[in-house]
Ligand binder design. Structure first.
Ligand code: UDX
Length: 447
């Protein structure tokens, strides 16, 4: 099939490359000339495991092309996927200007029947706005033409996006048009050969499903974080509690990990947007408000512990920090808890020695101008001259580090583990003072 993907960002690129892999002829359109030039050279502007090989292979096979030429790109695909950004407005609602600009473009240039597919996360009712925008552009040209607007939210996890697309748990398609549903079914059939995981519903329910899924997951995380804080006070271990409750199939084992708070490009933005949608519809979403509040508090928990251990004034203290990205296997620093941790520590006079396996260039960019942060190129280098170690992202390479080296290098052998990577008993055996999240008692104040 011929497919156009509008937006060569994270969602657009993964979608385009995976669709090309199944034999479709895909053209990716973006207004960013620099990005398109990079992609044409086979360079991938983002970090996502497996994406570079996939893009290069399909580009070489002539199934995946990149362009800034809107007219040619719109003419190409029967299916027009819109995967542009929907950044939060000042009031938290999703800014639809890029989605609607893409829709106007399609209306301006289309010459035959198109299925316009919203992949971006957009509020309920956006498909109607897209439809109206395309219709207005067509009316301006005075050429009535048939088209359909479909909602097809993405459920890709950064760091696992290729696998998520290739082997989806489910594909949600919101469509009120039979021909469009048929085409969507055909596009996704190769990704679900053994099980039909396509869930077709009306457009509004599909739009809502995406927010509901992310809000539900964010709620689980915030609730586990809250339980972890309480577990500490009553002397329980949240890691054991997690196993205990996760074995109930009604609860399930995923997304039950207490930590330093959730971040990334989706949860914080979508939770805010849904709260805002509630307000617009006269409904106070109390649970979701609390989810957001708890997450903000959680991003400060590591710092509170450092302060409890070393005092409010951290002047003259150096802290090693492992992990900057909002989660492993990505260089994404958007809403990363590490940013709050660093800002709060630096504010109190601490110097930071930070290391991340992948996100360092991105971290340098977003933390530019923050004084007191030095980026170093290894776990060991971060520990040099440091009083204590903080772990903010659970990269695999942090899971079994050289504990003896940590003990020997740190001035005070304290590990503040924001992701519960280690067993407290093991840390004790290595002579390390260990502070996790929700694992027994919080640290005692010491000089
Ligand atoms: C998420 C959704 O999972 C995905 O379906 C959607 O399309 C986009 O948003 P992503 O933001 O890439 O994906 O990351 P995810 O793996 O879901 O993690 C989000 C955040 O939650 C991370 O900061 C992670 O550290 C945190 N998290 C996750 C926890 O703190 N505890 C958990 O148990 C799970």
């Amino acid at each position: 099939m011929k497919i156009t993907v509008v937006g060569a960002g994270y969602v657009g690129l993964v979608t385009g490359a995976c669709l090309a892999e199944m034999g479709n002829h895909v053209v990716c359109l973006d207004v960013d000339t620099r990005k398109i030039a990079m992609l044409q050279r086979g360079e991938i502007p983002i970090h996502e495991p497996g994406l570079d090989a996939l893009v290069q292979r399909n580009a070489a096979a002539g199934r995946l092309a990149f362009t800034t030429d809107a007219q040619a790109a719109v003419a190409h695909g029967t299916l027009q996927f819109i995967g542009v950004g929907t950044p939060p407005d000042e009031d938290g609602s999703a800014d639809l200007q890029y989605v609607l600009a893409a829709a106007a473009n399609i209306g301006r240039h289309m010459t035959d029947y198109k299925v316009i597919v919203d992949k971006s996360t957009v509020p309920v009712g956006t498909a109607d706005k897209v439809r109206a925008t395309v219709a207005a552009a067509l009316a301006e040209r005075g050429v009535p033409m048939d088209f359909a607007v479909v909602s097809n939210p993405e459920f890709l996890k950064e760091g696992a996006a290729i696998d998520d697309f290739m082997r989806p748990d489910r594909v949600v398609v919101g469509s009120d048009d039979e021909r469009a549903s048929l085409l969507m079914r055909a596009v996704y059939a190769p990704f679900m050969r053994n099980h039909d995981k396509l869930i077709v519903m009306d457009v509004r329910s599909a739009e809502f499903t995406k927010y509901a899924a992310n809000a539900m997951l964010a709620t689980r995380i915030s609730f586990m974080n809250e339980l972890a804080l309480l577990a500490e006070r009553v002397g329980a271990d949240i890691e054991l509690v997690r196993k205990g409750i996760g074995s109930d199939p009604r609860i399930g084992t995923h997304f039950l990990y207490a930590g330093a708070g959730y971040g990334g490009s989706c949860f914080p933005k979508d939770v805010k947007a849904l709260i805002r949608i509630g307000e617009d519809n006269g409904l106070d979403l109390g649970v979701l408000n609390a989810v957001e509040e708890a997450n903000e508090r959680q991003k400060h928990v590591l710092v509170e512990r450092v302060v409890k251990r070393f005092g409010e004034d951290l002047t003259g203290r150096t802290l090693a920090l492992w992990g900057l990205a909002f989660k492993p296997n990505t260089d994404d620093m958007r809403e990363a808890p590490s940013r709050v941790v660093i800002a709060e520590l630096v504010k109190r006079g601490a110097a930071i020695r930070a290391y991340d396996p992948v996100a360092m260039p991105e971290a340098r960019r977003v933390l530019e101008g923050v004084a007191g942060v030095e980026f170093v190129d290894s776990q060991a280098a971060a520990l040099q001259g440091a009083d204590a170690l903080l772990i903010v992202t659970e990269w695999k390479e942090f899971r079994n580090p050289d504990f003896e080296m940590i003990k020997a290098t740190l001035k005070q052998p304290v590990v503040f583990d924001g992701r519960n990577l280690y067993e407290p008993a093991l840390m004790k055996a290595f002579g390390l003072e260990y502070v996790g999240i929700g694992r027994g008692t919080a640290p005692a104040a010491q000089a």
